[in-house]
Design a protein around this ligand. Structure first.
Ligand SMILES: *Cc1c(COP(=O)(O)O)cnc(C)c1O
Length: 392
C-alpha cells in the first residue's frame, strides 16, 4: 500500500495510480464477463490519466477503448495508441473528417449526424466506421421509437453506397447498479427488438454491446459481444461495497498529501470558516493543502476522515477551496507526515483499520464514486506506477 512514500520534489498533493491494479481489474472482469471489454477512458480515464490507463488496459487485454469526444479520441491516437476506439458525443456541427481520418468509430444517434458522417467519408474517400445507438430508457442520446428504423434504414443505404460501415449496434442501461436491476428486462427486450430491426434491414454489426461495469459483473443476459467498463476497471465496486470485497477489485487511485502546518489549541477554538466546528478539548490540528478545488467536496463536512499517523482522523470544520483541517488529538504527528485521503482501503478479511476508500468519500459527500474520482482537480499531480506490469 503506497502510504508512506511521497515524491519530495513536487507538489502539495498527488494522485498515485497503480496501473497494475487496473490491469488486474481488467483480467478479473474479463474472467467474470467472458466477453470482450471496452475500457472506458472518458473524462481523463475518470481522473486517472487517459493515455497511461488506455495503454495499461489494452496491455491487459481490453479490445476497445471508449471516449466521449473527438478531442479525447484524437488524443489517444496522437499518443500512438492504435486500438479500436469508439467516441460517442459530438458537437452539433462536428467535423467528422477528424474522427474518420483517425480511424475512430463514431457513435450515431440521429440522422443529422449520420448524414454529416457520410458526407465527410465521401470527401475523404474512405468509409466511416459507425456504431448505431438505440435509446432503451435513458432518454439521452440514442434513437428511440420511430427514429430507430429510420436511422437503421439510412445507415444501410449509406453502407450500400460505401460511405459508412455499420460496425456496431449498442445502447446503455439506466440503472444496472441497483441490486436486482429494476427495468433491466424491459430495456433488454427493447434493445433486442432494435437489434432485430437492424439485422432485418440488412445490417450485420461486428459488435453488439449494452453492459456497463455493473451489468458486466451481475447481469449476464446483457453482455453480448462487449462490456463497456468504467468504474469497475478503476477498482470500485459498482454496487457500493467499500473496499474490494465482492468481485476482487482493487482501487487503483490513492490520493495523498502531507501535513503542512500543525497547531496545538485549547478547548473552545474555532476551526475554519464559520466556524462550524469548535474544539471540545485541547487538541492538535493538522493542516492539509487540499480542498474542494482538488475534489474534496464541501458536502463531506462533519463526516470525512483521512489516514494519518497510522489511524483514521476526522476532518473538522468547513472544507475550504485549498485547505482542510484534521483533528489529530494527541497523536505524535510531525510536519511533513504523509496523509492518505483515500486509497485501496483494507485488505479483504483484514481486521486492521486502513485508509478510507473513494466509495466512502462518495457516501460522505452524498454522491457516487464516479464523481469523487473525476472531481480530483487538475493541480493534483498524477503519478503512475507499474506501467510495465500492465503489458507483461
Ligand atoms: C461512462 C460510460 C460507461 C462506463 O460506465 P461504468 O458504470 O462506470 O462502468 C459505459 N458506457 C457508457 C455509454 C458510458 O457513458
Amino acid at each position: 500500500m503506497p502510504t508512506g512514500v511521497i515524491n519530495e520534489t513536487v507538489q502539495l498533493a498527488e494522485a498515485v495510480i497503480d496501473l497494475a491494479a487496473i490491469a488486474e481489474n481488467i483480467r478479473t472482469i474479463a474472467a467474470i464477463a467472458r466477453t470482450g471489454l471496452m475500457a472506458v477512458v472518458k473524462a481523463d480515464a475518470f481522473g486517472h490519466g487517459a493515455v497511461p490507463v488506455a495503454r495499461a488496459a489494452v496491455g491487459a487485454g481490453a479490445a476497445w477503448l471508449g471516449v466521449t469526444s473527438a478531442t479525447e479520441a484524437v488524443a489517444l491516437r496522437s499518443a500512438g495508441i492504435d486500438a479500436p476506439v469508439l467516441s460517442w458525443l459530438h458537437r452539433p456541427d462536428e467535423d467528422f473528417t477528424r474522427l474518420i481520418a483517425a480511424d475512430v468509430d463514431i457513435a450515431v444517434s440521429n440522422l443529422t449526424h449520420l448524414r454529416a458522417i457520410a458526407d465527410a467519408a465521401s470527401e475523404l474517400g474512405v468509409p466511416a466506421a459507425v456504431q448505431l445507438k438505440a435509446d432503451v430508457g435513458l432518454s439521452r442520446n440514442g434513437a428511440s421509437g420511430d427514429e430507430w428504423p429510420e436511422l437503421v434504414a439510412w445507415a444501410r443505404k449509406h453502407e450500400a453506397a460505401g460511405s459508412v460501415r455499420v460496425r456496431g449496434v449498442w445502447s446503455h442501461l439506466t440503472n444496472a447498479d441497483v441490486p436486482g436491476c429494476p427495468g433491466i428486462a424491459r430495456q433488454l427486450s427493447t434493445f433486442q427488438e432494435a437489434l432485430r430491426i437492424a439485422r432485418e434491414t440488412g445490417l450485420d454489426p461486428d459488435v453488439v454491446h449494452l453492459a456497463n461495469s455493473a451489468a458486466a459483473l451481475a447481469a449476464p443476459q446483457t453482455r453480448f459481444d462487449l462490456c463497456r467498463i468504467g468504474l469497475a476497471m478503476y477498482g470500485v465496486d459498482p454496487f457500493g461495497a467499500t473496499g474490494r470485497r465482492r468481485y476482487g477489485l482493487r482501487p487503483a487511485m490513492t490520493l495523498r498529501s502531507r501535513v503542512i502546518n500543525l497547531k496545538r489549541v485549547p478547548a473552545g477554538t474555532g476551526v475554519s470558516y464559520g466556524p462550524d466546528h469548535v474544539t471540545d478539548r485541547p487538541t492538535t490540528l493538522a493542516l492539509l493543502p487540499l480542498g474542494y478545488a482538488d475534489g474534496l467536496s464541501r458536502t463531506a463536512e462533519g463526516r470525512a476522515w483521512v489516514w494519518l499517523a497510522g489511524r483514521r482522523c476526522p476532518i473538522v470544520g468547513r472544507i475550504a477551496m485549498d485547505q482542510c483541517v484534521v483533528d489529530v488529538g494527541d497523536l505524535p504527528v510531525a510536519l511533513g507526515d504523509p496523509v492518505v485521503v483515500f486509497g485501496p482501503g483494507a485488505e479483504p478479511g483484514s481486521p486492521d483499520p486502513a485508509e478510507p476508500t473513494a466509495a466512502e468519500w462518495a457516501r460522505w459527500a452524498g454522491t457516487n464514486p464516479h464523481e469523487v474520482l473525476t472531481g480530483i482537480g487538475a493541480r493534483v499531480a498524477r503519478v503512475h506506477l507499474h506501467g510495465e506490469a500492465a503489458t507483461s
